[in-house]
Design a protein around this ligand. Structure first.
Ligand SMILES: NC(=O)C1=CN([C@@H]2O[C@H](COP(=O)(O)OP(=O)(O)OC[C@H]3O[C@@H](n4cnc5c(N)ncnc54)[C@H](OP(=O)(O)O)[C@@H]3O)[C@@H](O)[C@H]2O)C=CC1
Ligand SMILES: O=C(OP(=O)(O)O)[C@H](O)COP(=O)(O)O
Length: 334
């Protein structure tokens, strides 16, 4: 059985999830929605992806330029087993009533509140919790990044303090752009700490700042340990953790710029770096405190999570079978 998948919201995350779904042999991409017939809609059509209007109210935009849509979101919902909602943050909650009415399962993204779904999800941390569920939320890109590395060392954690240095906007976003400022989230903790706790029951406090860059987020992670751990042990644990890669400054990885260049050199689609990038030299232990620095490619780290969430919701595979399958299909290095 192939699970029939629709994507509502074909933007930064939606187009990458649609691509990833099309690479799975146990899933079929039925279509995506657009609110307008812009270049992304034409490109989807060129790729053979049926394009649906995000609602009836948007149909005149398509009719005006003679862009033939396959129907509206309601029609797409009639065709699919699951809808991946990748609309702007907060919109998924409003859309949920439509999904419930159509009787389709739904995956929401990190811009939604945890309460929108039955479970908040990061595959390697809590795949089993999503088995058979109807509504799952893939947590935000930063939360996914934190959870991947913290889950690997969770047995050693007493308390985590992490500072998120967030990119101001995605590269394609000409409305928000990089701001000429450093913008703190004055709410402490930032949403990331409580969000990690929706997946992983650990003590964690987070603070966040937006800075003028579009490439990636960077996290400065400080952990009070409850039992001894050496830096070399952490290196070994991360080396054996899926979707986490170690990068060395000594090899020229000075900044997020070289990490993105690495993804370009791999000829990754959209230079996606699905893996969380930890600077190896930053992993240090001082007494009972562990420090490390990691970078998160905000446009892509949640993409494999959406694929695994679908498998869990339809009980198509167990945790490691799904993670391995998704990794292989997307060229994830380990
Ligand atoms: N970008 C990021 O770094 C990350 C984002 N997320 C989360 O993913 C979600 C989507 O974010 P992102 O992809 O960045 O957002 P984008 O703005 O890039 O894409 C959202 C898409 O939703 C579509 N849309 C707008 N209005 C409607 C509507 N009324 N009905 C249906 N679709 C609509 C737009 O389509 P159209 O182009 O047709 O107008 C747009 O392409 C959010 O919850 C966000 O928090 C999670 C991790 C990282
Ligand atoms: O999920 C993200 O960030 P977050 O983990 O800081 O909420 C994405 O980078 C989206 O962030 P945005 O809400 O600034 O577009």
């Amino acid at each position: 059985m192939k699970v029939k998948v629709g994507v509502n919201g074909y933007g930064t995350i939606g187009k990458r999830v649609a691509y990833a779904v099309s690479k799975q042999d146990d899933m079929e991409l039925i279509g995506v929605t657009k609110t307008k017939p812009d270049f992304e809609a034409y490109r989807a059509k060129e790729l053979g992806i049926p394009v649906y209007a995000a609602s009836e109210e948007f149909l005149p935009r398509f009719e005006k330029v003679g862009f033939e849509v396959a129907g509206t979101l309601d029609d797409l919902l009639n065709e699919v087993d699951v809808i991946v909602d990748a609309t702007p943050g907060g919109m998924g909650e409003k859309n949920k009533a439509l999904y419930e009415k159509a009787g389709v399962k739904a995956i929401f993204q990190g811009g939604e509140k945890a309460s929108v779904a039955e479970v908040s999800f990061v595959a390697q941390a809590n795949y089993e919790k999503a088995l058979g569920k109807d509504y799952v939320r893939v947590v935000s890109c930063n939360t996914t990044g934190l959870t991947r590395t913290l889950n690997a060392i969770k047995d050693y954690i007493d308390y985590v303090y992490a500072v998120m240095i967030r990119r101001a906007a995605d590269p394609n976003d000409s409305k928000r752009g990089p701001v000429n400022a450093i913008k703190p989230s004055v709410e402490v903790p930032s949403h990331h700490g409580p969000d990690v706790q929706t997946v992983l029951p650990i003590n964690i406090e987070t603070m966040a700042f937006v800075v003028p860059t579009t490439l990636m987020h960077v996290h400065s992670v400080m952990i009070e340990l409850k039992k001894p751990l050496e830096a070399k042990d952490v290196v070994e644990i991360f080396e054996n953790t899926t979707r986490v890669l170690l990068f060395e400054k000594e090899k020229g990885f000075d900044s997020t710029a070289q990490l993105i260049e690495f993804a370009r050199d791999l000829h990754r689609e959209w230079n996606n770096l699905y893996e969380i990038a930890v600077w190896k030299e930053s992993i240090s232990v001082k007494g009972n405190r562990l420090f490390y620095i990691q970078a998160v490619h905000q446009e892509s780290d949640v993409v494999p999570e959406n694929v695994d969430a679908i498998r869990a919701m339809f009980e198509l595979a167990d945790k490691w079978e799904s993670i391995k399958k998704t990794n292989k299909s997307l060229g994830i290095l380990k």
